[in-house]
Design a protein around this ligand. Structure first.
Ligand SMILES: *Cc1c(COP(=O)(O)O)cnc(C)c1O
Length: 381
C-alpha cells in the first residue's frame, strides 16, 4: 500500500532518540528547550512552547487568550475536530466560518459578513482559529485586520503548515496572530511521534502557556504569589495540565528539523509533478493563492461532478493506493449536530467534501510510485 502520508526516519534520528534513553532526562528536560528554540528560530517567532500534541496546544492557547464559559470561538468546518474542540474544553460555544471554494481555507468574504452580523447582534467571538489547510496559509493579513477591528484574538492552527511561508514570513512567525500551533504527528510535515508546539511573540502569553502545560505549577520565585519557603518550594497559581513533551520526542524533533527544508522542497517537487501530470484532466486541482508557499501536507483533488467518489476511493484502495478524505465537515459530526448544527449550514465546505480526495504525498514517495498513483487516478476518471 502506498499511504497518503508517512514519516521519514533516519539512523541519525534513531541515534538521537537512543542517546536520550541513556541520559538522565526522559521527560521534559534540556532537549525540549533546545527544540523550542530551534522551531522558534526557524519560523522567526520569539518564543516556542512544546507540548504533547497540537490538540493540547490549541486547548491551552484558548485558555491563555481568556476563552471561558459562555464565550464564542470561530473556526472552519474543513478541519480536524481538534480545531473546534479546544473551545468546547473551555466551555465556550463554537461557530464556523465557511471556506473559500478555491483555497479550501477560511473565506475572508464569509468572515467579513459573519463579523458584520455578529456586531449587530452583540455576540462577537473572543478568538478565531483559521486553519492553514493542506499547508497553504490563510489570507492572514485580511483575517487579522478584521479580528483587530472587532477586538478578537487569533490562533493560527498551522498543524499542516510547518515549513510554509506567507508573504515575507514563515508560517508560525505570528506576525498576524497571537499564537500559532504546529502538530508533529507522523503524517504531518515533520514528526516527534505525538507532539505539538505553540509559537508567540508575547512574553506574558509564553509564561502562561508554560504554566498551563505543567499543572499550573511554578518553581520560579518571581512568579509566586508569596515568598518562596525554600529551595524545595513550588507553587500552583493556575489550573494547568500535564501536557509536557518528553525529551525523547524533542530529540526526534531536533533531528527532524534539520531536514525540514528538504522535506518541504521534496513535497513541493511532488506537488509540481502532480500539477503537470494532471494537466487537462477533468479534475479540480488545489488553487494556490499568490501570497502563499504551501508546505504541501496534503494533495487534494476534487473529482468532477457525476463521478462517484465512493467508487474511485474503493478502487484506488483496492489498487493499494492509500487515498483518504480531508475533511468531513466538523459541524456534521454527531457531537456538533447535537449542539444544533445541520446539513446545509456551510454549503462550500459540504460541497467540497463530497468531491474531495486526498492522494499520496510525502517525503519518501518516489517518482515511480507517484506515476502509479497518477495512472490509477487517470484510469478511473
Ligand atoms: C493533526 C491536526 C491537529 C491535531 O494534532 P495532534 O498533534 O494530533 O493533536 C489539529 N488541527 C489540525 C488541522 C490537524 O491536522
Amino acid at each position: 500500500m502506498i499511504p497518503y502520508g508517512r514519516q521519514d526516519i533516519t539512523d541519525e534520528d534513531i541515534a538521537e532518540v537512543a542517546a536520550i534513553l541513556r541520559s538522565d532526562f526522559l521527560t521534559q528536560g534540556p532537549k525540549v528547550g533546545m527544540f523550542e528554540q530551534a522551531v522558534a528560530e526557524y519560523v522567526g517567532a520569539r518564543f516556542g512552547v512544546a507540548v504533547n500534541s497540537a490538540t493540547s496546544a490549541l486547548h491551552i492557547a484558548c485558555i491563555a487568550l481568556g476563552v471561558t464559559r459562555g464565550d464564542l470561538v470561530w473556526t472552519v468546518p474543513n478541519t480536524f475536530v481538534a480545531s473546534a474542540n479546544c473551545a468546547r474544553y473551555c466551555g465556550a460555544d463554537v461557530d464556523f466560518v465557511d471556506i473559500d471554494p478555491r483555497t479550501y481555507n477560511m473565506s475572508v468574504a464569509s468572515l467579513k459578513k459573519k463579523f458584520a452580523t455578529a456586531s449587530r447582534n452583540g455576540r462577537l467571538p473572543r478568538v478565531i482559529i483559521p486553519v492553514h489547510f493542506a499547508g497553504q496559509s490563510c489570507e492572514m493579513r485580511s483575517i487579522s485586520e478584521l479580528a483587530r477591528q472587532h477586538g478578537c484574538r487569533v490562533i493560527e492552527d498551522a498543524s499542516h503548515a510547518v515549513g510554509a511561508a506567507y508573504l515575507d514570513d514563515r508560517v508560525g512567525s505570528c506576525r498576524y496572530s497571537d499564537i500559532a500551533v504546529f502538530s508533529f504527528h507522523p503524517v504531518k510535515i515533520m514528526t516527534t511521534a505525538e507532539g505539538g508546539l505553540l509559537l508567540t511573540n508575547d512574553e506574558e502569553l509564553r509564561t502562561r502557556l508554560e504554566l498551563l502545560r505543567s499543572n499550573g505549577v511554578t518553581r520560579d520565585p518571581s512568579q509566586m504569589r508569596s515568598a518562596s519557603e525554600g529551595p524545595w518550594y513550588y507553587q500552583q497559581t493556575d489550573l494547568g495540565f500535564n501536557f509536557r513533551m518528553t525529551d525523547i520526542q524533542a530529540a526526534l524533533g531536533c533531528s527532524q528539523i534539520q531536514r525540514l527544508d528538504r522535506f518541504v522542497a521534496r513535497r513541493r517537487d511532488l506537488a509540481d509533478r502532480y500539477f503537470k501530470a494532471f494537466e487537462g484532466a477533468p479534475l479540480i486541482l488545489p488553487h494556490q493563492h499568490p501570497d502563499t508557499e504551501s508546505s504541501w501536507h496534503l494533495f487534494v483533488i476534487q473529482l468532477p461532478e457525476g463521478v462517484d467518489r465512493g467508487r474511485v476511493f474503493r478502487e484506488l484502495r483496492e489498487a493499494d493506493i492509500g487515498v483518504n478524505v480531508h475533511y468531513i465537515p466538523v459541524h456534521l459530526q454527531p457531537y456538533y449536530r447535537e449542539l444544533g448544527f445541520a446539513e446545509g449550514d456551510y454549503p462550500e465546505a459540504e460541497g467540497y467534501y463530497r468531491r474531495a480526495l486526498t492522494i499520496p504525498l510525502y517525503f519518501g514517495l518516489s517518482g515511480e510510485m507517484q506515476d502509479q498513483v497518477v495512472d490509477a487516478v487517470t484510469r478511473l476518471l
